[in-house]
Design a protein around this ligand. Structure first.
Ligand SMILES: [Cu+2]
Length: 108
């Protein structure tokens, strides 16, 4: 009986640790060939998303709801934003508005 309780507690602790490490792990979106890749991502609340520009052309990352906007990113520049609230955040490049992406923020 006691042993079962302890293993259940251990499993719960492992799960809690796994979930918190999931939320803490940054997610990378590549900016290349005038596109965000992956174009759509789903992350847990509290996740930091890092955009890295691999193009020779400057790009920006701007939320459609004006929640955040990066400066112009030169080659190899990165911009990061931490998503705290659940929801869908559409974003685009202000220099090339046809470049769009979405971050879905969902509890795991
Ligand atoms: Cu751009």
């Amino acid at each position: 009986m006691g042993r079962i309780f302890i293993s259940a507690l251990g499993a719960a602790m492992v799960l809690a640790h796994w979930q918190s490490s999931l939320a803490a792990e940054p997610v990378t979106v590549d900016i290349a060939k005038f596109a965000f890749t992956p174009k759509e991502i789903t992350v847990a609340p509290g996740t930091t998303v890092v955009w890295i520009n691999h193009d020779e052309t400057p790009h920006t990352v701007a939320a459609s709801d004006h929640g955040f906007v990066s400066k112009a990113l030169d080659t190899d520049d990165r911009y990061e934003h931490t998503f705290t609230d659940e929801g869908d955040v559409a974003y685009f490049c202000t220099v090339h508005p046809f470049m769009t992406g979405v971050v879905h923020v969902r509890k795991p």
